[in-house]
Ligand binder design. Sequence first.
Ligand SMILES: Nc1ncnc2c1ncn2[C@@H]1O[C@H](COP(=O)(O)OP(=O)(O)OP(=O)(O)O)[C@@H](O)[C@H]1O
Length: 223
Amino acid sequence: MTSHNVLSIENVSLRYGDKTILQDINFALPQGKSLGISGESGSGKSTLLKIVMGLLTPDSGTIEIDGTARKPGQKLSAFSQRVQMVFQDPFGALHPRHTIRKILAEPLVINDIKHDDADIISTLQEVGLNHSFLHRYPHQLSGGQRQRVSIARALILKPKLVVLDEPTSALDVSVQAEILNLLKDIKQSHHISYLLVSHNPAVIEFLCDEEMHLNKGHFSRVN
Ligand SMILES: Nc1ncnc2c1ncn2[C@@H]1O[C@H](COP(=O)(O)OP(=O)(O)OP(=O)(O)O)[C@@H](O)[C@H]1O
């Protein structure tokens, strides 16, 4: 049986003006496997993540998520149950005037999914937070707790692929390991795939099955 790819990128290229950012990028990610992307600052890592998320359209090439091609201009919500993203800065990523309950309910509301507080509480528990967080606001949480909420928001739609952009680099060193352990536990228990960008080789090694290095628009495999 051939293994099922949760993400497949073929011949993706993108230029800004006369500057080539990505040149014929190819890779496939089998379900449950995780890929780490390293590369110098400005090498195009965030650009590639934006393309996967549908926030940018490449000049050429195709992106398939869980077997379905992303088409230019397609609504983001068309894929939100398959792919979700966790950002570097957990504070900036959470609406400051919304309670944690509202932040976690929002993806369900947008996708017209019936839910109640029990669904939100069980997702909070998956990231190590209890029901007392439902009525709190982001500014009442520590950096690590906020990143747990960001991870819960990504998980609540039960995606197959989670895109992580430097998920621990904005956190205190003391909480980085906690969040990495949480991400590893979730990956194993949910059979989720991660597409991770990190400057830190130890983070990639800890969470990913393989690493690709992006340089001058090209990918090369790192062992
Ligand atoms: N909207 C844009 N218009 C023109 N150039 C852009 C635009 N966005 C990004 N770039 C350029 O594209 C290149 C790749 O940027 P990108 O943010 O993807 O790099 P990165 O590898 O994620 O960097 P970092 O590690 O610093 O986050 C950079 O040279 C950047 O200046």
